[in-house]
Design a protein around this ligand. Structure first.
Ligand code: ADP
Ligand code: MG
Length: 241
């Protein structure tokens, strides 16, 4: 579904991601693990098309190719990639003063769903996620806890019907109950969607079994395994890699 060919990314002329080749398949759950600074967030931003993360060139030619549903998206901007169905949930979602999630969703849908449908869907998903009516009507994330912010991100992805969802540090700052709700929601709506869960811990993986676990070290994917790999990491750490 999403294919990375030779993904090489530099920030301020420092090479961060090094020739990553990987294909994420439709309908699968991926966990991306790795020590701090190994490039997990950079991978997420590069897939999303964040302008600060420059693809490396050789003799002024791009060496990277990113394709999504068999379409080359290497040259697309972040908003165009979002339009195609790619979604990145940030490590710490920001608050927006004066804008409700309804308004934001209407803006993002750009007329593709009418306001009433958006409202109805948002309310339905909010119920499933345990988001209160009051939080839903507040300016986005104002005074919201870490768990509430993550839930609001998941809700937006659902209303926008995104197909390839990346969650950076999905379980950071999220309490046990919120995590369970989020994991349950993702599981329920998994059909035809790909999830990439960047995480330091096994916590979320207890609720949402990954099909594949990727270990990142120093800007590369050094190991791909099944769910048992996450368990091994929890017990033994990354020193073996
Ligand atoms: N904006 C930036 N400017 C300079 N270096 C950066 C920037 N963002 C990330 N890096 C560097 O890139 C490497 C990978 O970072 P990151 O992708 O955030 O790692 P992770 O998410 O795995 O902890 C680190 O060495 C980090 O210092
Ligand atoms: Mg990170």
């Amino acid at each position: 579904m999403l294919k990375l060919k030779n993904l090489s990314v530099s920030i301020e002329n420092k090479k961060i991601l090094k020739d990553i080749d990987f294909e994420f398949k439709k309908g699968k759950i991926y966990a991306v693990m790795g020590p701090n600074g190994s490039g997990k967030s950079t991978l997420a931003y590069a897939i999303m098309g964040h302008p600060a993360y420059k693809l490396v060139t050789r003799n002024s030619q791009l060496i990277t190719q990113i394709s999504f549903k068999n379409e080359d998206i290497t040259d697309l901007e972040a908003n165009e990639r979002a339009e195609k169905g790619i979604f990145l949930s940030f490590q710490s979602p920001l608050a927006l003063s004066g804008v409700t999630v309804y308004q934001l969703l209407q803006l993002a849908m750009n007329g593709k769903k009418d306001p009433l449908t958006i409202r109805r869907e948002a309310q339905k998903y909010a119920k499933e996620l345990g988001i209160s009516e009051e939080l839903l009507n507040r300016p986005l994330n104002e005074g919201a806890s870490g768990g509430e912010r993550k839930k609001m991100e998941v809700l937006q992805a659902a209303v926008l019907d995104k197909k390839f969802l990346i969650f950076d540090e999905v379980d950071t700052g999220v309490d046990v109950d919120a995590l369970k709700k989020i994991a349950g929601f993702l599981k329920k709506h998994q059909e035809n969607r790909t999830y990439v869960l960047i995480t330091h811990y096994n916590r979320i993986l207890h609720h949402l079994q990954p099909d594949y676990v990727l270990i990142m070290m120093d800007g590369k994917i050094v190991k791909v395994g099944d769910a048992s790999l996450a368990k091994k990491i929890e017990e033994k750490g990354y020193s073996a890699y």
